[in-house]
Design a protein around this ligand. Structure first.
Ligand SMILES: Cc1cc2nc3c(=O)[nH]c(=O)nc-3n(C[C@H](O)[C@H](O)[C@H](O)COP(=O)(O)OP(=O)(O)OC[C@H]3O[C@@H](n4cnc5c(N)ncnc54)[C@H](O)[C@@H]3O)c2cc1C
Length: 382
Protein backbone atom coordinates (compact mmCIF):
# COMPACT_ATOMS: atom_id res chain seq x y z
CA UNK A 1 0.00 0.00 0.00
CA UNK A 2 1.45 3.34 -0.94
CA UNK A 3 1.25 6.26 1.40
CA UNK A 4 2.36 4.24 4.42
CA UNK A 5 5.47 4.77 6.36
CA UNK A 6 6.58 2.06 8.71
CA UNK A 7 8.54 3.67 11.50
CA UNK A 8 8.93 1.33 14.27
CA UNK A 9 10.40 -1.86 14.30
CA UNK A 10 9.62 -5.30 15.09
CA UNK A 11 11.00 -6.72 18.26
CA UNK A 12 12.89 -9.98 18.34
CA UNK A 13 12.19 -12.69 15.82
CA UNK A 14 9.33 -15.12 15.86
CA UNK A 15 11.23 -17.89 17.58
CA UNK A 16 12.23 -15.71 20.50
CA UNK A 17 8.66 -14.50 20.78
CA UNK A 18 7.32 -18.00 20.89
CA UNK A 19 9.66 -18.81 23.75
CA UNK A 20 8.57 -15.74 25.69
CA UNK A 21 5.01 -16.66 25.05
CA UNK A 22 5.58 -20.02 26.63
CA UNK A 23 7.24 -18.43 29.61
CA UNK A 24 4.19 -16.27 30.13
CA UNK A 25 1.97 -19.28 30.46
CA UNK A 26 0.17 -19.13 27.13
CA UNK A 27 0.52 -21.80 24.51
CA UNK A 28 2.71 -20.55 21.66
CA UNK A 29 0.84 -19.26 18.68
CA UNK A 30 1.55 -20.32 15.14
CA UNK A 31 4.50 -18.86 13.36
CA UNK A 32 4.02 -15.76 11.29
CA UNK A 33 2.59 -16.25 7.82
CA UNK A 34 4.98 -15.84 4.90
CA UNK A 35 3.99 -12.23 4.15
CA UNK A 36 4.08 -10.00 7.21
CA UNK A 37 0.73 -10.19 8.90
CA UNK A 38 -0.87 -12.10 6.04
CA UNK A 39 -3.71 -14.34 7.09
CA UNK A 40 -3.87 -13.01 10.66
CA UNK A 41 -7.05 -12.49 12.67
CA UNK A 42 -7.28 -8.84 13.67
CA UNK A 43 -9.29 -7.08 16.33
CA UNK A 44 -9.67 -3.32 16.23
CA UNK A 45 -9.30 -2.05 19.80
CA UNK A 46 -11.87 0.61 20.55
CA UNK A 47 -10.44 3.03 23.06
CA UNK A 48 -10.52 6.46 24.58
CA UNK A 49 -6.87 7.22 25.34
CA UNK A 50 -5.62 4.28 27.40
CA UNK A 51 -9.16 3.07 28.23
CA UNK A 52 -10.29 0.23 25.98
CA UNK A 53 -13.89 -0.85 25.57
CA UNK A 54 -14.30 -4.26 27.28
CA UNK A 55 -15.68 -5.74 24.04
CA UNK A 56 -12.23 -5.31 22.49
CA UNK A 57 -10.67 -7.72 24.99
CA UNK A 58 -13.59 -10.12 24.60
CA UNK A 59 -12.84 -10.14 20.88
CA UNK A 60 -9.09 -10.58 21.34
CA UNK A 61 -9.86 -13.74 23.34
CA UNK A 62 -12.14 -15.02 20.60
CA UNK A 63 -9.69 -14.02 17.85
CA UNK A 64 -7.00 -16.02 19.64
CA UNK A 65 -9.21 -19.12 19.65
CA UNK A 66 -10.01 -18.70 15.94
CA UNK A 67 -6.38 -17.98 15.09
CA UNK A 68 -5.19 -21.08 16.95
CA UNK A 69 -7.62 -23.14 14.92
CA UNK A 70 -6.25 -21.70 11.68
CA UNK A 71 -2.63 -21.84 12.78
CA UNK A 72 -2.13 -18.08 12.39
CA UNK A 73 -1.61 -15.14 14.74
CA UNK A 74 -4.24 -13.06 16.50
CA UNK A 75 -3.37 -9.37 16.44
CA UNK A 76 -4.75 -6.16 17.88
CA UNK A 77 -5.04 -2.94 15.89
CA UNK A 78 -4.76 0.26 17.88
CA UNK A 79 -5.42 3.43 15.93
CA UNK A 80 -4.76 6.54 17.97
CA UNK A 81 -1.97 8.58 19.46
CA UNK A 82 0.43 5.65 19.89
CA UNK A 83 -1.00 3.97 22.99
CA UNK A 84 1.82 1.51 23.74
CA UNK A 85 0.17 0.38 26.99
CA UNK A 86 -2.86 -0.86 25.03
CA UNK A 87 -0.59 -2.70 22.62
CA UNK A 88 0.98 -4.50 25.57
CA UNK A 89 -2.37 -5.12 27.26
CA UNK A 90 -3.54 -6.84 24.07
CA UNK A 91 -0.75 -9.41 24.55
CA UNK A 92 -2.08 -10.24 28.00
CA UNK A 93 -5.48 -11.04 26.46
CA UNK A 94 -3.99 -13.32 23.83
CA UNK A 95 -2.79 -11.20 20.90
CA UNK A 96 0.59 -12.15 19.47
CA UNK A 97 1.07 -8.80 17.75
CA UNK A 98 -0.22 -5.25 18.03
CA UNK A 99 -0.40 -2.90 15.07
CA UNK A 100 -0.06 0.61 16.41
CA UNK A 101 -1.11 3.25 13.87
CA UNK A 102 -0.49 6.72 15.24
CA UNK A 103 -0.71 10.27 14.06
CA UNK A 104 -1.98 13.71 15.06
CA UNK A 105 -5.27 13.20 13.22
CA UNK A 106 -5.85 9.81 14.81
CA UNK A 107 -5.82 10.79 18.50
CA UNK A 108 -9.57 11.27 18.72
CA UNK A 109 -11.94 9.01 16.83
CA UNK A 110 -13.18 10.31 13.52
CA UNK A 111 -14.55 7.95 10.89
CA UNK A 112 -12.61 9.10 7.88
CA UNK A 113 -9.02 9.16 9.19
CA UNK A 114 -9.57 5.99 11.23
CA UNK A 115 -11.05 4.28 8.18
CA UNK A 116 -8.08 5.33 6.07
CA UNK A 117 -5.72 4.04 8.75
CA UNK A 118 -7.46 0.67 9.13
CA UNK A 119 -7.98 0.11 5.40
CA UNK A 120 -4.36 1.08 4.77
CA UNK A 121 -3.06 -1.36 7.38
CA UNK A 122 -5.27 -4.15 6.04
CA UNK A 123 -4.24 -3.53 2.44
CA UNK A 124 -0.64 -3.68 3.48
CA UNK A 125 -0.64 -6.66 5.86
CA UNK A 126 -3.55 -8.67 4.44
CA UNK A 127 -5.29 -10.13 7.49
CA UNK A 128 -7.92 -12.73 6.65
CA UNK A 129 -10.38 -11.54 9.31
CA UNK A 130 -11.04 -8.19 10.99
CA UNK A 131 -13.33 -8.06 14.04
CA UNK A 132 -14.76 -4.98 15.71
CA UNK A 133 -17.19 -4.41 18.57
CA UNK A 134 -20.76 -3.76 17.46
CA UNK A 135 -20.74 -0.45 19.30
CA UNK A 136 -21.70 2.90 17.79
CA UNK A 137 -18.09 3.52 16.87
CA UNK A 138 -17.29 -0.03 15.81
CA UNK A 139 -20.29 -0.11 13.47
CA UNK A 140 -19.31 3.24 12.00
CA UNK A 141 -15.72 2.24 11.38
CA UNK A 142 -16.44 -1.31 10.22
CA UNK A 143 -18.89 -0.27 7.52
CA UNK A 144 -16.62 2.48 6.22
CA UNK A 145 -13.55 0.22 6.17
CA UNK A 146 -15.43 -2.68 4.52
CA UNK A 147 -16.56 -0.31 1.78
CA UNK A 148 -13.02 0.98 1.33
CA UNK A 149 -11.64 -2.57 1.21
CA UNK A 150 -14.47 -3.75 -1.05
CA UNK A 151 -15.26 -6.67 1.15
CA UNK A 152 -18.23 -8.10 3.04
CA UNK A 153 -19.24 -7.24 6.59
CA UNK A 154 -21.57 -9.14 8.90
CA UNK A 155 -22.96 -6.94 11.65
CA UNK A 156 -23.94 -7.96 15.18
CA UNK A 157 -22.64 -11.53 15.17
CA UNK A 158 -23.49 -13.71 18.13
CA UNK A 159 -21.23 -16.61 17.18
CA UNK A 160 -18.02 -17.02 15.19
CA UNK A 161 -16.55 -20.31 14.03
CA UNK A 162 -14.14 -21.61 11.45
CA UNK A 163 -15.45 -23.87 8.70
CA UNK A 164 -13.23 -26.91 9.20
CA UNK A 165 -12.98 -27.66 5.47
CA UNK A 166 -12.98 -24.29 3.74
CA UNK A 167 -11.30 -22.47 6.63
CA UNK A 168 -13.73 -19.59 6.19
CA UNK A 169 -15.16 -17.57 9.05
CA UNK A 170 -18.72 -18.66 9.84
CA UNK A 171 -20.45 -15.51 11.00
CA UNK A 172 -23.72 -16.24 12.78
CA UNK A 173 -26.28 -13.60 13.67
CA UNK A 174 -30.04 -13.39 14.26
CA UNK A 175 -32.06 -12.65 11.11
CA UNK A 176 -35.73 -12.12 10.26
CA UNK A 177 -36.47 -10.42 13.59
CA UNK A 178 -34.50 -13.01 15.44
CA UNK A 179 -36.66 -15.91 14.25
CA UNK A 180 -33.74 -17.64 12.54
CA UNK A 181 -30.02 -17.66 13.08
CA UNK A 182 -28.24 -16.96 9.79
CA UNK A 183 -24.68 -18.11 9.18
CA UNK A 184 -22.95 -15.87 6.69
CA UNK A 185 -19.66 -16.40 4.88
CA UNK A 186 -17.50 -14.11 2.79
CA UNK A 187 -16.03 -16.64 0.37
CA UNK A 188 -14.74 -14.37 -2.38
CA UNK A 189 -13.35 -11.31 -0.65
CA UNK A 190 -10.72 -10.68 2.00
CA UNK A 191 -10.58 -9.64 4.73
CA UNK A 192 -13.72 -11.23 6.15
CA UNK A 193 -15.18 -8.58 8.45
CA UNK A 194 -17.63 -8.86 11.33
CA UNK A 195 -18.86 -6.83 14.26
CA UNK A 196 -19.79 -8.58 17.52
CA UNK A 197 -21.92 -7.16 20.28
CA UNK A 198 -20.43 -6.52 23.71
CA UNK A 199 -20.93 -9.37 26.14
CA UNK A 200 -21.32 -12.13 23.54
CA UNK A 201 -17.92 -13.64 24.34
CA UNK A 202 -16.40 -13.79 27.81
CA UNK A 203 -13.23 -11.74 28.26
CA UNK A 204 -10.28 -14.06 28.82
CA UNK A 205 -8.29 -13.86 32.03
CA UNK A 206 -5.33 -11.57 31.27
CA UNK A 207 -1.95 -13.27 31.55
CA UNK A 208 0.57 -11.04 33.30
CA UNK A 209 3.86 -10.62 31.47
CA UNK A 210 2.65 -11.96 28.11
CA UNK A 211 4.71 -10.53 25.27
CA UNK A 212 4.28 -9.96 21.57
CA UNK A 213 5.37 -7.94 18.61
CA UNK A 214 4.57 -4.24 18.24
CA UNK A 215 4.35 -3.05 14.66
CA UNK A 216 4.08 0.72 14.64
CA UNK A 217 3.31 2.93 11.69
CA UNK A 218 2.42 6.53 10.90
CA UNK A 219 -0.21 6.47 8.21
CA UNK A 220 -0.22 9.33 5.73
CA UNK A 221 -3.79 10.49 5.46
CA UNK A 222 -5.30 12.11 2.42
CA UNK A 223 -6.10 15.61 3.69
CA UNK A 224 -9.11 15.99 1.43
CA UNK A 225 -10.84 13.17 3.22
CA UNK A 226 -10.40 14.61 6.70
CA UNK A 227 -13.60 16.59 6.62
CA UNK A 228 -14.56 16.54 10.30
CA UNK A 229 -12.92 18.62 13.00
CA UNK A 230 -13.42 17.63 16.60
CA UNK A 231 -13.96 20.67 18.79
CA UNK A 232 -14.61 19.00 22.10
CA UNK A 233 -15.19 15.53 23.55
CA UNK A 234 -18.15 15.28 25.92
CA UNK A 235 -18.54 11.93 27.60
CA UNK A 236 -22.13 10.69 27.68
CA UNK A 237 -23.46 10.40 31.22
CA UNK A 238 -22.93 6.84 32.41
CA UNK A 239 -25.85 4.74 33.48
CA UNK A 240 -25.60 4.37 37.25
CA UNK A 241 -25.18 0.60 37.06
CA UNK A 242 -23.45 -1.27 34.30
CA UNK A 243 -25.33 -4.29 33.03
CA UNK A 244 -22.16 -5.63 31.44
CA UNK A 245 -20.31 -6.08 34.70
CA UNK A 246 -23.28 -7.07 36.88
CA UNK A 247 -23.16 -10.51 38.51
CA UNK A 248 -26.87 -10.33 39.28
CA UNK A 249 -29.54 -8.85 37.00
CA UNK A 250 -33.18 -8.53 37.95
CA UNK A 251 -35.11 -7.87 34.74
CA UNK A 252 -38.73 -6.89 34.40
CA UNK A 253 -41.14 -7.09 31.51
CA UNK A 254 -44.65 -6.07 30.54
CA UNK A 255 -45.87 -8.15 33.49
CA UNK A 256 -44.69 -5.29 35.75
CA UNK A 257 -47.67 -3.29 34.43
CA UNK A 258 -46.33 0.19 35.39
CA UNK A 259 -43.06 2.10 35.81
CA UNK A 260 -43.53 2.47 39.56
CA UNK A 261 -43.54 -1.31 40.01
CA UNK A 262 -39.88 -1.49 39.03
CA UNK A 263 -39.27 -0.39 42.64
CA UNK A 264 -39.99 -4.02 43.60
CA UNK A 265 -37.16 -5.18 41.37
CA UNK A 266 -34.85 -2.41 42.62
CA UNK A 267 -35.30 -3.73 46.14
CA UNK A 268 -34.41 -7.29 45.23
CA UNK A 269 -31.48 -6.13 43.08
CA UNK A 270 -30.24 -3.91 45.90
CA UNK A 271 -30.24 -6.81 48.38
CA UNK A 272 -28.29 -8.95 45.91
CA UNK A 273 -25.92 -6.16 44.83
CA UNK A 274 -27.26 -6.42 41.30
CA UNK A 275 -28.67 -4.25 38.52
CA UNK A 276 -32.17 -3.82 37.15
CA UNK A 277 -32.83 -4.50 33.49
CA UNK A 278 -35.89 -4.83 31.27
CA UNK A 279 -37.47 -6.34 28.22
CA UNK A 280 -38.14 -4.19 25.21
CA UNK A 281 -41.85 -4.15 26.00
CA UNK A 282 -41.10 -2.41 29.30
CA UNK A 283 -38.71 0.01 27.61
CA UNK A 284 -41.20 0.77 24.81
CA UNK A 285 -43.85 1.45 27.43
CA UNK A 286 -41.55 4.16 28.78
CA UNK A 287 -41.19 2.50 32.20
CA UNK A 288 -37.40 2.34 32.16
CA UNK A 289 -34.44 3.70 30.19
CA UNK A 290 -33.50 1.99 26.93
CA UNK A 291 -29.97 1.60 28.37
CA UNK A 292 -31.44 -1.16 30.53
CA UNK A 293 -32.88 -3.17 27.64
CA UNK A 294 -31.63 -6.72 27.29
CA UNK A 295 -31.97 -8.58 24.02
CA UNK A 296 -31.34 -8.52 20.34
CA UNK A 297 -31.69 -4.76 20.06
CA UNK A 298 -30.54 -4.11 23.62
CA UNK A 299 -27.56 -5.39 25.54
CA UNK A 300 -26.13 -8.89 25.68
CA UNK A 301 -25.48 -9.86 29.28
CA UNK A 302 -24.00 -12.91 31.01
CA UNK A 303 -24.49 -12.51 34.76
CA UNK A 304 -24.20 -15.33 37.26
CA UNK A 305 -27.87 -14.90 38.18
CA UNK A 306 -30.61 -13.51 35.91
CA UNK A 307 -34.16 -12.98 37.18
CA UNK A 308 -36.83 -12.69 34.47
CA UNK A 309 -39.89 -11.21 36.16
CA UNK A 310 -43.02 -10.97 34.04
CA UNK A 311 -41.06 -11.56 30.86
CA UNK A 312 -42.52 -14.01 28.35
CA UNK A 313 -39.20 -15.12 26.84
CA UNK A 314 -39.46 -13.99 23.22
CA UNK A 315 -36.47 -15.07 21.10
CA UNK A 316 -35.32 -11.48 20.83
CA UNK A 317 -35.10 -11.26 24.60
CA UNK A 318 -33.42 -14.65 24.95
CA UNK A 319 -30.76 -13.53 22.46
CA UNK A 320 -29.45 -11.13 25.08
CA UNK A 321 -29.51 -13.23 28.25
CA UNK A 322 -29.38 -16.93 27.60
CA UNK A 323 -25.66 -17.12 28.34
CA UNK A 324 -26.45 -16.26 31.98
CA UNK A 325 -25.23 -18.88 34.43
CA UNK A 326 -28.53 -19.33 36.26
CA UNK A 327 -31.90 -18.08 35.05
CA UNK A 328 -34.79 -17.70 37.49
CA UNK A 329 -38.17 -16.97 35.87
CA UNK A 330 -41.30 -15.74 37.59
CA UNK A 331 -44.38 -15.76 35.40
CA UNK A 332 -48.06 -16.42 36.02
CA UNK A 333 -48.39 -18.27 32.72
CA UNK A 334 -47.05 -21.84 33.05
CA UNK A 335 -46.72 -22.02 29.25
CA UNK A 336 -44.47 -18.93 28.99
CA UNK A 337 -41.43 -19.76 26.80
CA UNK A 338 -39.07 -18.27 29.39
CA UNK A 339 -39.51 -21.46 31.41
CA UNK A 340 -37.76 -23.38 28.60
CA UNK A 341 -34.48 -21.59 29.35
CA UNK A 342 -35.01 -21.13 33.09
CA UNK A 343 -33.03 -23.17 35.60
CA UNK A 344 -35.61 -22.31 38.27
CA UNK A 345 -39.19 -21.42 37.38
CA UNK A 346 -41.85 -20.02 39.68
CA UNK A 347 -45.37 -20.01 38.29
CA UNK A 348 -47.00 -17.19 40.18
CA UNK A 349 -47.81 -13.53 40.47
CA UNK A 350 -44.60 -11.52 40.51
CA UNK A 351 -46.23 -8.96 42.82
CA UNK A 352 -46.50 -11.69 45.44
CA UNK A 353 -43.32 -13.62 44.67
CA UNK A 354 -40.82 -10.71 44.42
CA UNK A 355 -41.30 -9.33 47.97
CA UNK A 356 -41.02 -12.87 49.35
CA UNK A 357 -37.73 -13.41 47.50
CA UNK A 358 -36.39 -10.05 48.70
CA UNK A 359 -37.37 -10.82 52.26
CA UNK A 360 -35.75 -14.25 52.10
CA UNK A 361 -32.47 -12.79 50.81
CA UNK A 362 -32.58 -10.16 53.57
CA UNK A 363 -33.22 -12.82 56.20
CA UNK A 364 -30.36 -15.03 55.03
CA UNK A 365 -27.98 -12.09 54.89
CA UNK A 366 -28.90 -11.11 58.43
CA UNK A 367 -28.42 -14.68 59.58
CA UNK A 368 -25.03 -14.89 57.91
CA UNK A 369 -23.73 -11.78 59.67
CA UNK A 370 -22.00 -8.60 58.70
CA UNK A 371 -20.61 -9.62 55.33
CA UNK A 372 -24.03 -10.86 54.29
CA UNK A 373 -22.64 -14.30 53.51
CA UNK A 374 -23.67 -13.93 49.88
CA UNK A 375 -21.13 -15.29 47.46
CA UNK A 376 -22.08 -15.02 43.85
CA UNK A 377 -19.42 -16.57 41.69
CA UNK A 378 -19.26 -17.56 38.05
CA UNK A 379 -19.63 -21.29 37.52
CA UNK A 380 -18.09 -23.22 34.68
CA UNK A 381 -21.47 -24.61 33.79
CA UNK A 382 -22.31 -22.39 30.73
C1 LIG B 1 -36.56 -6.79 15.54
C2 LIG B 1 -37.00 -6.97 16.95
C3 LIG B 1 -36.09 -6.78 17.96
C4 LIG B 1 -36.46 -6.97 19.30
N1 LIG B 1 -35.54 -6.77 20.27
C5 LIG B 1 -35.89 -7.04 21.55
C6 LIG B 1 -34.95 -6.92 22.60
O1 LIG B 1 -33.79 -6.51 22.40
N2 LIG B 1 -35.33 -7.23 23.85
C7 LIG B 1 -36.61 -7.65 24.16
O2 LIG B 1 -36.89 -7.94 25.33
N3 LIG B 1 -37.52 -7.77 23.18
C8 LIG B 1 -37.21 -7.44 21.89
N4 LIG B 1 -38.15 -7.52 20.93
C9 LIG B 1 -39.54 -7.70 21.35
C10 LIG B 1 -39.90 -9.14 21.66
O3 LIG B 1 -40.33 -9.77 20.47
C11 LIG B 1 -41.06 -9.20 22.67
O4 LIG B 1 -42.14 -8.46 22.17
C12 LIG B 1 -40.70 -8.64 24.04
O5 LIG B 1 -39.52 -9.25 24.51
C13 LIG B 1 -41.83 -8.95 25.02
O6 LIG B 1 -41.54 -8.38 26.24
P1 LIG B 1 -42.19 -9.00 27.56
O7 LIG B 1 -41.78 -10.40 27.68
O8 LIG B 1 -41.86 -8.05 28.65
O9 LIG B 1 -43.74 -8.83 27.25
P2 LIG B 1 -44.83 -9.94 26.96
O10 LIG B 1 -44.43 -10.80 25.83
O11 LIG B 1 -46.12 -9.22 26.86
O12 LIG B 1 -44.82 -10.85 28.26
C14 LIG B 1 -45.25 -10.41 29.51
C15 LIG B 1 -45.23 -11.64 30.41
O13 LIG B 1 -45.55 -11.26 31.71
C16 LIG B 1 -46.36 -12.29 32.29
N5 LIG B 1 -47.13 -11.67 33.37
C17 LIG B 1 -48.13 -10.77 33.28
N6 LIG B 1 -48.55 -10.42 34.51
C18 LIG B 1 -47.78 -11.10 35.39
C19 LIG B 1 -47.73 -11.16 36.81
N7 LIG B 1 -48.54 -10.40 37.57
N8 LIG B 1 -46.84 -11.99 37.39
C20 LIG B 1 -46.02 -12.76 36.65
N9 LIG B 1 -46.03 -12.75 35.29
C21 LIG B 1 -46.89 -11.91 34.68
C22 LIG B 1 -47.19 -12.79 31.15
O14 LIG B 1 -47.63 -14.11 31.39
C23 LIG B 1 -46.22 -12.72 30.00
O15 LIG B 1 -45.53 -13.94 29.82
C24 LIG B 1 -37.79 -7.33 19.61
C25 LIG B 1 -38.70 -7.55 18.56
C26 LIG B 1 -38.32 -7.37 17.27
C27 LIG B 1 -39.32 -7.60 16.18
Amino acid sequence: MTGWLSVALRSAGAVAELKKDKASGREPQAKKAAAEGEGEIWVVIEHEGADAAPVSWELVGEARALADELGVRAAAVIIGAGEQELARKAFSYGAAASYLAAGPKLGAYSADPHCQALAGLAARHKPQVILLGATTRGRDLASAAATELETGLTADCTELKIDPEKKLLLQTRPAFSGNVMATIITPKRQPQMATVRPGVFPAPEPVAGASGEIIASKPRLKPTNVSVKQLEFIRAPKDEVSLQGAKVIVAGGRGLKAARNFALLEELACELGGAVAASRAAVDAGWISSQRQVGQTGQTVRPVLYFAMGISGAVQHLAGMQASDIVVAVNNDPEAPIFEVADYGIVGDLFEVTPVLTEEVRRRKAEAGADGGLRIEKSARK
